[in-house]
Each structure stands twice: as C-alpha cells, then as structure tokens.
Design a binder for this molecule. Structure first.
Ligand SMILES: [Zn+2]
Length: 292
C-alpha cells in the first residue's frame, strides 16, 4: 500500500458530469457550483473509507510535511499565503495547530505549559487568591495539602494540554498591539497567532526538549558526571531567542514592516508571552480547581 505516495490515477477530466447534489454540469472531480465531490469507485473501499476517517490524505498529499517545512524555513509564509487565498499546499492552519497539540499531548515528559500546585500557591502574581481558595477547600474536605496536591497535579497535567488553544486566543490582542498602525482583518491575526503557537509547540517545546534529553543521555553515556540540568534562566533566555528568531521575520513578512520595526514588534511579543502564560496558568488553575 503506497501510504506515503500520492496516488497516480486515471480520472477522466474530459467528460461532462452532472452534479448529484445540485444537478449542475461540470468537468473534473468537484462540482463548481456547490463543491460536491464526484464519488469514485475507490472511495467506497473499506481501506479508503478508514483513511478518510483518519484524515490520512493530509499525509498522502504531503500537506503536513509541506506545512512543517514552510513553518520552519519561511516564518509567516503560511499566514501570508492563506490570507491571500493560497490554501491547497497546506494543512488548514487550525488542523496543523491541533496536530502539534496532539504530538505535545503524547510527550508526558514535557511540562512547559503545566504548573504544579506548589507553583500556583507560591510563585504566581495571583498566588494569594489560590492560597485562600485551596486552604478553604482542604479544610472543608478534610484533606491534607499533600493529598490534595496529588489529585490537583494529576488533573492539571491533562487540562494543561487540553486548554492550549486558549494560548492562541490570549496572544491575539498583543499581536494587534504590536501592529497598531496597520489595518489587518481578524482572520489574519488569528492565523498568525496559530502559526506562532504551532511553532512554539513544535520547536522550543517538543523539539528542544528532545534535543536536550538526547544530549544529556549522550553525556551520561560518555560517563561524564552531569545531571542533565541546564540552569533555568539560561534555558529561558535561549528559548526566548529562538522564539524571537521566528517572530521577527514572520512579522516582517506578514505585516510588511521594516526590519527595525519587526524587531521591536518581536521583542514586544516575546515579552508578552510572560503575560500570556500567566493568564493561561490562572485559567488552568480555575479550570482544574473548579472541576475537581
Ligand atoms: Zn453541485
């Protein structure tokens, strides 16, 4: 089964067909009035029925790999193309985001977007509120703090992955701010935000975590005594630079700004990530705490 290769097929593009849905006449695979697809013989085989269900044509058409390659090599290009109506070469930006989210979901080691109860209680600007709520809850339910934090952390881990979409929404006002003088429609902002968060998921989150784990395994394998920890502030700085290196050319491409203005916008947005992640963590606390 040529799962990875595009099918070469004998489809008759010359004959005139009558649409089964709206009865218009047309040539080719889709009705050009209502968009109904011509039913082909192989659509009705079990194999293709299942592949369709899995949306595996995304892979067969190479759309996933094309989206990934374009994302990595040409920041902002997907957003720019999609807003100009070029959509065929890519996965839908929202499906691409959910696929990245899905990959992230299956890496239990990666905790970037999760926050333990300890951090919620003592490290956040809103920790006073968390402490008050949690103290009330555990005394009402006769729980110890350590019992409660076990239940909390387990639920928070799952929620942190399900709520990632909120990150895309929270980032939008800052993109609008970084871009205050340009008139851009909402969908373009939304797609740019999707592209930013998809990048953050794929490169600094999944990619860099795998690379640092690989390096620490290698160093351990060589018998060097190193615990695989990189100091947090260096790590954060390094990740911020990678994200900045993506945001700046993306802003330049999508907004058409000069380099210096793109750099300014990039710095604003990377700094905004701190605010976005804080609001996201507060949402995560509320969603976890009130559904326990
Ligand atoms: Zn039709």
């Amino acid at each position: 089964m040529n799962f990875w290769r595009k099918r070469t097929e004998a489809f008759d593009f010359q004959i005139t067909r009558k649409c089964k849905h709206c009865e218009a006449s047309f040539h080719g695979k889709f009705c050009n009035i209502c968009g109904e697809k011509v039913l082909e013989k192989e659509d009705q085989t079990l194999k293709n029925y299942l592949l369709n269900l899995l949306n595996a044509y995304t892979f067969i058409d190479g759309k996933f790999f094309n989206s990934l390659r374009t994302l990595l090599l040409k920041p902002g290009k997907i957003t720019e193309d999609v807003s100009e109506g070029i959509t065929v070469p890519y996965m839908q930006p929202i499906s691409f985001f959910f696929l990245a989210n899905f990959i992230y979901f299956f890496f239990p080691v990666i905790q970037t977007f999760n926050t333990s109860l300890y951090n919620q209680l003592y490290r956040m600007p809103y920790s006073g509120f968390v402490e008050k709520e949690v103290t009330e809850y555990i005394s009402e339910n006769n729980l110890s703090l350590s019992d409660f934090s076990q239940i909390y952390d387990m639920n928070s881990t799952g929620n942190s992955k399900l709520l990632l979409f909120l990150f895309v929404i929270y980032l939008i006002p800052f993109i609008v701010l970084a871009n205050y003088s340009k008139q851009v429609n909402f969908v373009k902002y939304f797609h740019l935000s999707l592209e930013f968060v998809t990048f953050i998921l794929i490169v600094p989150t999944v990619g860099i975590s795998l690379v640092t784990r690989g390096i620490s395994q290698l160093i351990l394998g060589l018998g060097v005594n190193w615990n695989g920890e990189i100091r947090d502030e260096y790590y954060t700085f390094f990740l911020s630079l990678i994200i900045l290196g993506f945001f700046v050319p993306a802003i330049r491409r999508v907004m058409g700004f000069s380099w210096w203005r793109s750099i300014l916008g990039g710095i604003l947005l990377v700094s905004a990530l701190i605010v976005v992640i804080t609001i996201y963590r507060l949402t995560l606390f509320l969603a976890t705490f009130y559904t326990l």
